[in-house]
Design a protein around this ligand. Structure first.
Ligand SMILES: C[S@@+](CC[C@H](N)C(=O)[O-])C[C@H]1O[C@@H](n2cnc3c(N)ncnc32)[C@H](O)[C@@H]1O
Length: 138
């Protein structure tokens, strides 16, 4: 982050928020460099976040909600900034697997397709860990 940047983090587990708060403090960040919002992501917190107020959105929560986060992220991001859900390719690259696919896999495939076909995004799927889907807002 740039020196005047502020990180906003949303998590529904208070003890995870507490761990994050402690980690930032131990890393030497001043208290006013991070904002901690408790609660489930998309329906309580995201509407409170300012339009075009963010340089980067990183999603690492419930993968079945990533489509909702994508729509919210496009509202939150400044043009030419990045959006990145984690582990977006996980198990999505084996469509030949016989039998019904788990809902999570189907949702992630829809997400990858929506990002790839979006006129607002330039995307890349990085071979990092389980796969990292990244996109820059045009
Ligand atoms: C994989 S962990 C995040 C790990 C973190 N990114 C890291 O690298 O240490 C997923 C987190 O998302 C939170 N989470 C899951 N679903 C959520 C939701 N709908 N709203 C808010 N937080 C959620 C969980 O409480 C958990 O802390």
């Amino acid at each position: 982050m740039r020196p005047d940047g502020v990180l906003t983090t949303v998590d529904q587990e208070p003890e995870h928020q507490q761990s994050a708060r402690q980690a930032f403090r131990e890393a030497g960040f001043a208290g006013n460099r991070a904002r901690f919002i408790p609660g489930p992501g998309h329906w309580t917190c995201c509407p409170r976040l300012a339009d075009s107020g963010y340089d980067l959105v990183f999603c690492d929560g419930d993968r079945q909600e990533y489509q909702d986060y994508l729509a919210e992220s496009l509202r939150l991001l400044r043009p030419l900034e990045a959006w990145s859900p984690s582990k977006a390719s996980s198990r999505t690259d084996a469509p030949w697997t016989p039998g019904p696919q788990p809902t999570e896999v189907l949702r992630l495939r829809e997400l990858v397709r929506a990002v790839r076909e979006s006129q607002e995004l330039v995307s890349s799927l990085l071979p990092v860990g389980d796969g990292l889907l990244c996109a820059v807002k045009r």
